[in-house]
Design a protein around this ligand. Structure first.
Ligand code: EAX
Length: 329
């Protein structure tokens, strides 16, 4: 009796070790679970596009790579999400290029004011060699760029108390919330405003309780995150193009098989196409929706905004790669 029980114990123990020892990951079957964090809610195109990315990756890797999506700053604000990719607590995020500038200043280059004439012009730039060179320093921070999502062109919103923005003079002395983005902040300073940083997930309440009376974001962000409920005026300034770097931890990427890396690259390109189409369409369609939601829309003369901010590039001359700035012009 004793020996057969002993044998049963050893056989079952052996099977258990075999099952647990044959792969990586918590469930022991080689599954990699990647946490993707975002500062905006689930209706934002960056999250919608990443839901598509998740579906394609999980199907084509046959479940070897799984993506957990965390919107609404569940894993932290934009600066926390980027820091998370650097230190390994967040695996994937998408955030405005300028938010990465505190690690690699050159990536803010696409955010200079009034650089592009429209989406196609901007996409040609971010898909080109100058952007690739600008992003090259990110690898040193464990950041691998998978795709270039789009946040749109940033515009200014204000409360009833401040009133509408019709000219640069209306920006004078305006305390305005911005992301922690040096280029956007300098652009506001050059317009005579006073930029103050606040994490995006705190913006709605700060506008609602009057801590802030103004903010600036692209039209899709304003609509998808219901900022029209707490802002009365929208000025179509398009003062800064906001490319979003869709990034993954370099150390996680390096551990994936070549086959799975190719699957993630293709899924990221497809998600980028979806994101860009959503942002372009929403930028064109949502101004009317914002007007129907009660916002007063103004179209300031952008030539005076352009003139007031053209010195932004020289302001950052010392922190940008000189060749890059030459290529930029
Ligand atoms: O899109 O913090 C900001 O204003 C950013 O644009 C944020 O990612 C929301």
């Amino acid at each position: 009796m004793k020996s057969s029980k002993f044998a049963t114990f050893f056989i079952s123990a052996g099977i258990c070790i075999l099952l647990c020892g044959c792969g990586k990951g918590s469930d022991g079957n080689g599954t990699v679970v990647l946490k993707a964090g975002f500062s905006t809610n689930g209706s934002d195109p960056r999250v919608v596009a990443t839901e598509q990315f998740k579906k394609e990756v999980e199907e084509k890797t046959e479940g070897r790579v799984q993506i957990e999506i965390h919107p609404d700053s569940e894993l932290g604000a934009d600066s926390d999400l980027i820091k998370g990719v650097v230190n390994g607590t967040v695996d994937i995020t998408a955030s405005s290029a300028g938010n990465f500038a505190s690690y690699e200043p050159n990536v803010g280059i696409s955010a200079f004011p009034f650089l592009f004439d429209g989406f196609e012009d901007a996409w040609e730039f971010v898909d080109g060699s100058v952007e690739t060179k600008a992003e090259s320093g990110l690898e040193a921070y464990n950041i691998k760029v998978l795709a270039h999502y789009d946040n749109g062109f940033r515009c200014v919103t204000t409360s009833d108390k401040v009133g509408p923005i019709n000219s640069v003079a209306d920006m004078d002395g305006l305390v305005i919330r911005t992301p922690e983005n040096q280029i956007v902040m300098q652009t506001m300073l050059l317009l005579g405003a006073t930029p103050k940083v606040l994490p995006f997930n705190e913006v709605y309440d700060a506008l609602k309780n009057g801590t802030f009376d103004a903010q600036e974001n692209p039209i899709p962000v304003i609509y998808n995150n219901n900022l029209y409920e707490v802002q009365s005026n929208l000025a179509i300034t398009n003062h800064s193009y906001d490319v979003m770097l869709f990034v993954i931890r370099q150390d996680v990427w390096d551990k994936l098989s070549e086959e799975d890396q190719k699957i993630l690259e293709e899924a990221a390109r497809n998600a980028e196409d979806t994101d860009r189409e959503l942002i372009k369409n929403q930028t064109e369609e949502y101004v009317q929706k914002l007007e129907e939601a009660g916002m007063n829309i103004t179209y300031p003369d952008l030539e005076e905004f352009r003139k007031a901010t053209e010195s932004a590039i020289t302001y950052f001359r010392d922190s940008y790669d000189a060749d890059l700035l030459k290529l930029l012009r």
